[in-house]
Design a protein around this ligand. Structure first.
Ligand code: V47
Length: 384
């Protein structure tokens, strides 16, 4: 395409975005063309962000818990997993889990993000018990627990339906589900990354069922490895299609691949320009998902902050005990202070607002920061 053709095609897409018309597979692939200036794609995404979320930068105060890294699967992109007998392998005791809960409460966390390996010697009841004891002891903390890959494993372990597993976990204390395990849906790529684990159909079916039983979930895409633009847009469209049917996704998180210590360590990490372009294109394609998250742990602080002008409205949380990205070479800190995460928004010209996991405002007690209550819902319409 020559310059004039590129400009004309871009104008067509800009007109669509301005009139809130949906973008197509071809539109998305075109926006990934390096001949299309990143700045222009970013400006369009910023328009949509402003329209959907106003001048706000959301964050939360949270911690991670990975109860085990022992995993039956050997996903090629994963640096976190371990074999049972590897010295690196671990599985936490109840006391270790509860210590994390105590630490979370002492630091004013509203959320625990709980995911881990699929440990072949730990039954379903062990995973359920983790959720149950945390909820019993720290009822105010929202448990965002288990990806669709784990739910799929629990289905296999219990021989029960997805619905049964989700309702049983919810009875134990699960509040919502994180978006991990989606990777890239297209089989040309998924089969190269993780051919054995929950397939695309299973991932989508589990999220659909979660939405049907009233559990909100997040969604992700792992990019910057062996996939092409076509696979990324195909992935976004599959998420958009499910969201049209259920409305249960709260936020989309594009996840940049970190190659260190993985079976794909010969690949280069995606550039900051690729990160920003993916953020912007995600905002443009996912017209029915309310929030786009720039996860600072994975992007680095500077890119996460810049992403607030490229379609993102959320920086995730202060985070403690993150392992998945740090095992894969992330050089970001282990935790940000509340002031630092607010500063990301302030410097980007956004008003920082603390949210809980399901996008309600968190109101902090003025005399004791670790005490808080739930304020108004920050969502324009009820998602589920
Ligand atoms: O599913 C694993 C990805 C995901 C690597 O829902 C890797 O709010 C890059 O899903 N390089 C887990 N990515 C993290 C995740 C997440 C993170 C933050 C917030 C939320 C949310 C969800 O991380 C995995 C996989 O896609 N991942 N290894 C790696 N080496």
């Amino acid at each position: 395409m020559n310059h004039a053709d590129i400009n004309a095609r871009f104008r067509e897409i800009r007109d669509k975005v301005e009139s809130e018309e949906r973008l197509t597979l071809d539109d998305g692939i075109f926006l990934y063309d390096e001949a299309v200036p990143l700045q222009a794609v970013g400006e369009l995404a910023n328009l949509v962000r402003e329209r959907k979320n106003g001048n706000v930068g959301y964050y939360n105060i949270n911690t991670h818990l990975n109860p085990t890294n022992v995993c039956v699967y050997r996903c090629r992109f994963c640096a976190f997993r371990s074999d049972l007998r590897d010295p690196k392998g671990y599985a936490m005791s109840d006391d270790q889990v509860l210590d994390r809960g105590r630490e979370a409460r002492e630091n004013g966390c509203t959320e625990m993000h709980i995911v881990g390996g699929l440990h072949h010697q730990r039954p379903y009841e062990w995973y359920r018990h983790i959720v149950e004891i945390l909820k019993e002891n720290y009822p105010q903390i929202h448990l965002k627990a288990w990806t669709a890959v784990e739910i799929n494993w629990f289905e296999f372990q219990t021989k029960k339906s997805i619905r049964w597993v989700l309702e049983d976990m919810r009875d134990a204390g699960l509040g919502s589900m994180p978006g991990g395990g989606a990777e890239i849906f297209h089989p040309e790529v998924r089969d190269q990354l993780c051919e054995h684990k929950a397939n695309t159909h299973a991932w989508l079916d589990i999220h659909r069922t979660a939405h049907e039983v009233g559990i909100r979930t997040n969604c992700t895409m792992l990019y910057g490895h062996v996939e092409k633009a076509y696979h990324r847009i195909d992935h976004l469209l599959r998420l958009r299609e499910l969201q049209d049917q259920t409305g249960g996704f709260q936020v989309f998180i594009p996840l940049a691949f970190h190659p260190e210590n993985t079976k794909l360590s010969d690949l280069k990490k995606p550039s900051a320009l690729m990160d920003l372009r993916t953020m912007a294109i995600s905002r443009l394609m996912l017209d029915n998902v309310q929030h786009i998250k720039a996860y600072w742990i994975m992007l680095g602080i500077e890119t996460a902050q810049t992403a607030l002008a490229y379609g993102a409205d959320d920086n995730d949380g202060t985070v403690r005990h993150e392992l998945i990205y740090h095992d894969a070479g992330a050089t970001t800190p282990q935790c940000l202070s509340v002031d630092s995460i607010k500063q990301l928004s302030i410097e980007a010209g956004r008003d920082p607002i603390e949210r809980n996991t399901i996008y309600e405002e968190v109101v902090r007690d003025e005399s004791d920061f670790t005490k808080w209550s739930v304020g108004k819902s920050l969502e324009p319409v009820s998602a589920v």
